[in-house]
Design a protein around this ligand. Structure first.
Ligand SMILES: Nc1ncnc2c1ncn2[C@@H]1O[C@H](COP(=O)(O)OP(=O)(O)OP(=O)(O)O)[C@@H](O)[C@H]1O
Ligand SMILES: [Mg+2]
Length: 273
């Protein structure tokens, strides 16, 4: 089943503006983990806003689990498609963790007891249960972003879109988020992860590159990384370790694409010993 499907979608922010999304075709299967790459202004955030009905397409069709978004079913669409944005500080709506996580679930009118259960479930899922009554302002960036994810999870979405959710975090915070997202996907949530960290794309089962509001490249992350000249055309550069893996393979050392130096070192060692 397709979790999300864009067919021939066009969208512009204003009549005089260049279309932000142009004839976009993209589908994400249920359970998939897709990384969405693309340089600044290529239309990634617009795609995320269209997918959960924050924006309405000018033409074409967007479906969520087989239901076309039509303006009448936005409530259901927003429950199915959870979006986590970039800035952990602007996403918190309450000062205490549990109130913040509960906010979305309260807004859809769930009973108290159910909300309590969902806060527990969501905080466990992001590994933050011991922070239930903590003050958000005291948390690290990675922890705040995990709380933002928990708030989305409390609505039990079937698809989670992360719009550069790791962009403002340090490497440790980024790792925390990536691990949580990977785990959630293994537990069955469909993930669309927008990122400008190419190495994060390696965790996905499929990578999609956007350019000028449409899909420019698509394949497994390794396939996409192999086409690095084409990536350059779309203003994307491979992380250094990606080039290193490529060069090693060209030189006959059969390493896989990895973002982890330790793994690469082990692979090289086993090839040359
Ligand atoms: N609120 C807005 N009003 C007018 N134009 C906008 C608005 N938001 C985005 N745009 C324009 O739409 C196009 C696509 O922008 P979008 O934010 O979707 O790109 P993006 O791929 O998310 O970029 P970034 O990597 O910088 O986040 C750009 O040309 C941008 O200038
Ligand atoms: Mg964006």
């Amino acid at each position: 089943m397709k979790a999300l499907e864009f067919s021939g979608v066009c969208f512009s922010y204003g009549e005089s503006e260049r279309p932000a999304i142009e004839k976009l075709d993209l589908s994400v299967e249920e359970g998939e983990f897709v990384a969405l790459l693309g340089h600044n202004g290529s239309g990634k955030s617009t795609l995320a806003r269209l997918a959960n009905g924050l924006l309405t397409a000018d033409s074409g069709q967007i479906s969520v689990f087989g239901r076309p978004i039509d303006g009448k079913n936005l409530f259901g669409i927003r429950r199915d498609v959870g979006v986590v944005f970039q800035n952990p500080d602007s996403q918190a709506v309450a000062s205490i963790v549990e109130d913040d996580v509960a906010f979305g679930a309260e807004n859809v009118g769930l009973p108290r007891e159910e909300i309590g259960d969902r806060i527990g479930f969501a905080l466990r899922a992001v590994g933050m249960e011991e922070f239930r009554t903590a003050t958000i302002a005291r948390l690290s960036g990675g922890q705040k972003q995990r709380i933002a994810i928990a708030g989305v999870l409390a609505l039990r979405p079937r698809i989670m879109i992360l719009d550069e959710a790791t962009a403002m975090l340090d490497p440790r915070g980024r790792r925390e988020i990536v691990e949580v997202v990977k785990k959630l996907n293994e537990e069955g949530i469909t993930v669309l992860m927008i990122t400008h960290f190419m190495e994060e794309a390696l965790l996905a089962s499929r990578a999609v590159v956007m350019n000028c509001g449409t899909v420019a490249m698509e394949g497994t992350p390794s396939e996409i990384f192999e086409r690095h000249e084409e990536l350059l055309k779309y203003n994307l550069v491979l992380p250094r370790i990606g080039y290193l893996c490529r060069r090693l393979r060209e030189g006959g050392i059969r390493v896989s694409d990895t973002l982890d130096i330790g793994t690469l070192a082990k692979e090289i060692a086993s090839c040359v010993s």
